[in-house]
Design a protein around this ligand. Structure first.
Ligand code: 3AM
Length: 190
């Protein structure tokens, strides 16, 4: 199974991102848009995991989440990576003035749990983002001007979610396998 750990978003935040996608769709060409219901914030990509290892690893994810206080975030501006001349991913960011730094701490806690569980270290730096679209063909998509994201209120993140990702011809299908509450939370997302 191909697995990853992520934060889910409250419905109103996904709706705001869906509105943003509709606006961007009119301005930008050459993108495959992620269904708003599937937009998430990836904390740690785990890759291929055997079912028996997954069962064992879940205790580590549960413990790491339970030791980390819940956090509040706010959507930030949009951007593309790796850069506007050859955009591959179009994303919405997280506001710097929200608890964004703590998001890095949560990712680091999961990274440490992952290494404890035997995963090879993630070499790429953690850059929190919400993928809105992927280029149909690299170098062919048009990038929107960077900057203003959706207007949306601060939202609570109360749990880490373990997702299964299946790569289908129609795009990735994400399935929730288990949710691990953060400290002081009933596990709610909003
Ligand atoms: O949250 P997003 O959509 O940015 O790009 C993949 C997706 O990120 C990423 O994991 C998320 C769920 O599939 N991903 C896929 N392969 C990866 C890899 N080898 C990867 N992240 C890191 N290393």
């Amino acid at each position: 199974m191909r697995l990853f750990l992520a934060l889910e978003l409250p419905d109103e935040v996904r709706a705001a991102l869906g509105d943003l996608q509709r606006r961007l769709r009119a301005e930008c060409r050459g993108w495959r848009w992620v269904a708003p219901g599937g937009i998430h914030l990836t904390l740690r990509f785990l890759g291929e995991v055997a079912a028996e290892d997954d069962r064992r690893q879940r205790a580590a994810w549960r413990a790491a989440a339970a030791a980390f206080p819940q956090l509040r975030l706010r959507l930030g501006g949009i951007g593309v990576c790796p850069g506007p001349s050859r955009p591959r991913v179009l994303w919405a960011g997280i506001e710097d003035r929200s608890e964004r730094p703590r998001l890095g701490e949560l990712a680091a806690a999961l990274e440490s749990a992952a290494r404890g569980a035997g995963f090879a270290p993630e070499e790429r730096p953690f850059r929190p983002h919400l993928t809105l679209a992927r280029a149909e063909r690299e170098g062919r998509a048009t990038a929107p001007p960077a900057g203003g994201g959706p207007a949306a209120a601060e939202f609570p993140c109360g749990r880490v979610t373990l997702f299964r990702s299946e790569l289908l011809p129609t795009g990735a299908r994400y399935t929730v396998l288990e949710e691990f509450p953060l400290a002081g939370s009933g596990g709610e997302v909003g």
